[in-house]
Design a protein around this ligand. Sequence first.
Ligand code: SF4
Length: 86
Amino acid sequence: MAYMITDDCSGCRMCVHECPNHAITETNTICVIDPEKCTECVGFYPESKCWMVCGTSAPVPDPEQRESREQLLEKFMRLNPGKKPT
Ligand code: SF4
């Protein structure tokens, strides 16, 4: 399940630099996650990095983007060819 960023985002942009998949872009007001690039950090970390670094708990699982762990791993492989999941 890809993450999304809610209106609780303060726009600090901390998550933009921490996302291992470069899935987060900044706008003038809040940050936005591309669900095609978000693996919920599967393959990189045991928990979602954007959620860990966010001071307002703005990143949350997107109920519109339900994916199994296997699907997230496939996405990780597609986005990071040659890299082994940790
Ligand atoms: Fe990036 Fe991980 Fe947040 Fe998805 S959950 S946007 S991969 S930091």
